[in-house]
Design a protein around this ligand. Structure first.
Ligand code: KG4
Ligand code: ZN
Length: 354
């Protein structure tokens, strides 16, 4: 493919408030003239004891958090409500009750202030989260989105113009991290802890399967590796007398599991960029906070003269800065919504702006 590259960062003037509440993070951010002026993220850690997000508790916590979080973001940005030019908010996909809290709050603000409302697709916002950093990718780029609910490989041509190259056929990458973490006795979400444990573990302790690595497509599968970890642990059950030994096994399994997942994600993404002759690769979504994944992408891209872009860990996981960023890009293109926009728990990428 021989395409002109283009810089995407928003040039428009004005102050945009971004709001995110699709899962278990309540977040607000202010973008001023394309630059981030503030971002506040409040995570609902209490889900840990349930081993996963409890939807009803999540939406109640969003109700309690949303007003103070938005106030804090405005205060940190040194701006008042009257300065806002538009409100960008996640409306899909996510937990229905959680989405409704942010969306209805944003609708109220938009109506009260008489400023445009911009509905943002959460995964689409992850794709452009790399634009929050100084070093920005140019379109077209290849994007790997790896979160708790999604694993997608995309060719991104412009805002709203995406070609899906492949996706997971079963578990999302983050889901695999969380499930394997649960098997290892780690708290939810286990991704960050597996990342930490893997640093002191042996990545060759067990050679777990690299699902679909050699298939001639860009799809992924993580259920096989999850089952392999389960079988290994059943065959080698931890003995409570050897608590210290269990710590070493935890690290070795974490390192071996992580190595296998990183191998597949990086190899298939780089292969896609080579096939489509794309120089810029973006990795986004919660799993892109993983240190080995970042490191390996950097090495493999440098080796091929490609450029790798990943947001800082705070912007890899759920946050409103990326919502404000995509809101600014959409506003610049005249894409705004009216108050009839509804929350959508499921919504394919690029299937319209509601
Ligand atoms: O994007 P995100 O914050 O929320 C969703 O939209 O799903 O992603 C959350 C996922 C969780 O599965 C979590 O375990 C994973 O991202 N995660 C990580 C790391 N930090 C978060 N996975 C691997 N390594 C990390 N450092
Ligand atoms: Zn997310």
């Amino acid at each position: 493919m021989n395409t002109l590259t283009q810089t995407l960062s928003p040039l428009g003037e004005g102050v945009i408030l971004g709001i995110e509440s699709s899962c278990d993070e309540t977040s607000a951010a202010v973008l001023r003239n394309g630059e981030l002026a503030s971002v506040v993220v409040s995570s609902q850690f209490f889900h840990e004891r349930f081993g996963g997000v409890v939807p009803e508790l999540a939406s109640r916590a969003h109700v309690r958090a949303i007003l103070p979080i938005v106030r804090e973001a405005l205060t940190q940005a040194g701006t008042g409500l009257d300065a806002l030019e538009a409100i960008a908010v996640t409306y899909a996909p996510g937990l229905m009750g959680s989405l409704l809290v942010g969306l209805n709050f944003a609708k109220g603000l938009s109506l009260g202030l008489g400023v445009p409302l911009i509905g943002v697709h959460h995964i689409e916002a992850h794709i452009f989260s790399a634009l929050l950093e100084q070093d920005k990718p140019q379109v077209p780029f290849v994007a790997l989105v790896v979160s708790g609910g999604h694993t997608m490989l995309l060719l991104v041509k412009d805002v709203g113009s995406y070609q899906l190259l492949g996706e997971t056929l079963d578990d999302a990458a983050g889901e695999a991290f969380d499930k394997v973490g649960k098997m290892l006795g780690l708290a939810y979400p286990a991704g960050p802890e597996i990342d930490r444990l893997a640093k002191s573990g042996n990545p060759h302790f067990v050679e777990f399967p690299r699902g679909m690595l050699n298939e001639a497509n860009y799809n992924f599968s993580f259920s096989g590796i999850k089952t392999s970890v389960l079988h290994w642990l059943k065959k080698n059950p931890p003995s409570s007398e050897r608590a210290e030994g269990w710590g070493v096994v935890q690290s070795d399994i974490a390192a071996s599991f992580q190595r296998a997942v990183v191998d597949v994600l990086v190899t298939k993404t780089v292969r896609a960029a080579e096939e489509y002759e794309i120089a810029d690769i973006v990795c986004a979504g919660g799993v892109s906070a993983n240190s080995e994944l970042r490191e390996r992408f950097r090495t493999e891209c440098a080796r091929r003269g490609m450029h790798f872009f990943v947001p800082r860990p705070l912007f890899s996981t759920d946050n409103a800065a990326m919502i404000a960023m995509l809101g600014a890009l959409k506003l610049e293109r005249g894409i705004v919504n009216d108050l009839s926009i509804t929350a959508r728990p499921r919504m394919a990428l690029g299937s319209g702006t509601d």
